[in-house]
Design a protein. Structure first.
Length: 734
């Protein structure tokens, strides 16, 4: 039978801690976490399992101690006959256990629990040392075949200055299954080539370890890759470690199309394309970026992105509210105001929703809990929703953190100045001007204590109960010292320009979801702060890097499979608004939107199409909805969908909008034919308008031969235009 001395040999490091008896808080709770007993899928569930309910991942050791030593007439722990304790019998399969065998009688986990039970199940004395830090080494490991294993070590540091090796007590799990496994001694062993993150958890601390197992491939020759740009240096460092060669630079016509779509959401005109492709200057790409950032379409396009996450829609706001909020956002971006000041105005916005447009944000989020989660997600890049019912299982946020942050927004209230309602929308929402203000009373009741939660900034200082709570939250978010804001915003911009955030999902920053390139994220955040938290310098900094200008295609299979390290550009479908505006621009026919004047682009329409509204074939609203434009019901980019489907295929192949644009008698084809344009010139123009390049010799011969043999010249050119608009090269941003 294992004795307590076995525990000291296996679990406890040499030093002062070795003489300590087994601790419930530091040993037993850790064992229960390592065995998965207090996980959400087991007894840490909100309702428990099999009559036993433990706190999730040991967040409440005092309560867990009472449950294990007093419930069921103390049958779970028996100091007189420790081996007959249910906590040991069930975990080792001595009696039936729905969770199966969690550890064996010869394991260190068994030794720890038995030693604690045999010693009388004593609780830890109050005021004992607390876990201050958890160090895990190595912080990251990249191994190339034939190397297939390494060992991790976890050392806990406590508030009394002591430390101990807790490798055998730490709970370890991988973010992806099948890449590697870990032994009880902390040895990580490869199962297949790939990349994953090992999450090492001890008590309240979580440390990620990036693990990469590479096949035996040669190191790429990277001496020709320029490193003058800081982004390129940091990307190249990672590519070198991963033995990945970056793709070649994208051709000029691809870069031109990509830059227009990413900054303005539209395609260049035929004249703009011709001018750029004929420009011999070596700095033409940087000149192009400067010109794009100065255009009004930049503010309009990025205002749509902010409108998506700020829930600027007609269900929560009326049409005028949506319009004034959108115009206000666009004006701030056009002036390139610091995003810290932009955030301060939104979070501190009170008064009339017409006279002070940022106040509309509070009109869209009507509940204090929803407000707290939205603010954290949009401005801090943190998802705190899991802490509503229990301490966050994958992050550091407690229920007290959650309800303290929500208390900042508990006094927001509304005065409705018009009771008019729209028959076609939600009957519970009012139409017309509203006034947002803060009441002098009103508290947030904590889900844990059932008492009023003291207002508190997330992970920061408390706020006086009688203070201006919205002002305090706005000032803190906008502060240059805020630890979250800059990282969250640069990650959002990186996502929109590069196709994937350095942290993915882009609004889910936590220790268990580390960035793919931590050094690059840190540098971007510092540079963003150094340039005054402004959007345009950040966009230019990213777009002028060679990394942004890489091609999406490569002959190297390993590089093509890379989705994390930006060794090549990512291919993505055009967004709904981009696609519809591109269709209108290439065909030369404007698209009408319900309730808006003809001539407005999709990226200029303030509100998204509303569910339940009847769409007509004459408008582009149904097209936008079909191609994934979000309804703005969530404060998350994830609401926008780019998943292809049959409805999208039908819209492009035979949909009313596309058919009307192609068959319109005064579209681009109709005008050129009436002007007597030659077939070769018309083909050249259509290619430049749709794909930003001229047709290849093979394409030109085939299409002109097809056109020349037709009896109905208009009909055959409509076929050519239809084929171009349905080509992958047109439908994708690459």
């Amino acid at each position: 039978m294992p004795r307590p001395v076995a525990l000291l040999a296996v679990l406890v490091a040499a030093g002062p801690a070795a003489a300590q008896p087994v601790s419930f808080d530091r040993d037993v709770s850790a064992v229960l976490s390592r065995a998965g007993c207090n996980s959400g899928a087991c007894h840490g569930n909100l309702n428990g399992k099999g009559g036993l309910k433990l706190s999730l991942r040991g967040e409440d050791p005092v309560g867990d101690h009472a449950v294990l030593t007093r419930d069921l007439l103390a049958r779970r722990t028996d100091p007189h006959r420790p081996d007959e304790s249910l906590i040991l019998l069930k975990a080792t399969g001595g009696v039936p256990h729905e969770g199966g065998v969690r550890f064996t009688r010869a394991s260190p986990e068994y030794a720890a629990l038995r030693a604690w039970v045999a010693a009388g199940c004593r609780p830890d004395p109050p005021g004992g040392p607390q876990l201050a830090r958890l160090d895990v080494t190595p912080a990251a490991r990249i191994l190339s075949d034939p190397a297939d294993r390494f060992t991790v070590k976890a050392v806990a540091h406590f508030s009394d200055g002591t430390s101990r090796d807790v490798t055998a007590l730490a709970a370890c799990e991988f973010t992806s299954v099948g890449v590697a496994r870990i032994t009880p001694a902390g040895e990580v062993i490869r199962e297949q080539f790939g990349e994953t993150v090992l999450i090492v958890r001890y008590l309240t601390r979580v440390v990620p370890v990036r693990v990469v197992f590479l096949p035996d491939r040669p190191a790429p020759e990277l001496s020709a890759f320029p490193t003058e740009h800081p982004i390129d240096r940091l990307v190249l460092d990672q590519l070198r470690a991963m033995r990945l060669a970056p793709a070649a630079p994208a051709p000029d016509h691809v870069f031109l199309r990509r830059a227009f779509l990413d900054t303005l959401g539209v395609l260049p005109t035929v004249d703009e394309t011709r001018a750029y492709l004929a420009d011999p200057r070596p700095d033409r790409r940087e000149r192009l970026i400067d010109a794009l950032l100065a255009r009004p379409e930049f503010a309009e396009y990025w205002a749509q992105k902010w409108s998506d996450v700020l829930r600027n829609d007609e269900k929560a706001l009326d049409r005028k509210g949506v319009a004034v909020f959108y115009r206000w956002i666009a004006a701030q971006l056009a002036a390139d105001r610091p995003l810290t000041e932009f955030a301060r105005d939104v979070l501190g916005g009170t008064g009339s929703t017409y006279a002070n447009p940022p106040a509309n944000f509070w009109r869209a989020v009507r509940d204090p809990l929803q407000r707290a989660e939205s603010v954290a997600q949009v401005f801090l890049g943190v998802r705190i929703g899991c802490a509503r019912c229990h301490n966050h299982p994958f992050d550091r946020w407690t229920m007290d953190d959650y309800y303290g942050f929500a208390a900042l927004f508990a006094r927001v209230d509304y005065r409705v100045l018009s009771n008019a309602r729209r028959d076609d929308l939600d009957k519970h929402e009012f139409v017309g001007e509203q006034v947002v203000f803060q009441k002098r009373d009103g508290e947030m009741v904590s889900g844990r204590t059932k008492q009023a939660a003291p207002p508190k900034l997330l992970g920061a200082a408390a706020v006086a109960p009688d203070a201006d709570r919205l002002g305090a939250a706005a000032d803190w978010v906008a502060s240059a010292d805020n630890p979250f804001f800059a990282r969250a915003q640069v990650n959002r911009v990186w996502l929109h320009l590069m196709g994937r955030g350095l942290v993915d999902p882009n609004d889910d920053f936590r220790a268990t979801n580390p960035p793919s390139n931590p050094e690059l994220l840190d540098w971007l955040a510092k540079d963003f702060a150094a340039t005054g938290f402004r959007l345009k310098p950040l966009v230019k900094r990213i777009m002028t890097s060679r990394t942004y200008g890489l091609s999406a295609t490569t002959r190297d299979a390993a590089v093509m499979a890379d989705e994390l390290h930006h060794s090549h550009a990512m291919v993505a479908p055009l967004e709904a608004e981009q696609l519809l505006d591109a269709l209108a621009q290439v065909t030369g026919v404007p698209v009408r939107f319900g309730g808006y004047p003809l001539g407005l682009r999709a990226n200029q329409v303030p509100a998204p199409p509303q569910t339940g509204r009847r769409f007509t074939a004459a408008t582009g609203d149904l097209f936008l909805k079909t191609f994934g434009k979000p309804e703005r019901l969530l404060t998350c980019e994830c609401e926008r969908s780019d998943d292809p489907g049959l409805l999208q295929a039908f819209q492009m192949i035979s949909g009313d909008v596309v058919n009307r644009l192609i068959s319109s008698p005064d579209n681009r084809v109709g005008k050129r034919l009436s002007e007597g344009t030659t077939d070769a010139a018309l083909l050249d123009e259509l290619y430049l308008a749709a794909l930003c390049r001229r047709p290849t010799d093979a394409e030109g011969r085939r299409i002109l031969g097809y056109v020349g043999g037709a009896t109905d010249r208009r009909a055959v050119w409509e076929d050519v235009l239809w084929a171009l608009l349905n080509s992958k090269e047109f439908l994708l941003r690459r």
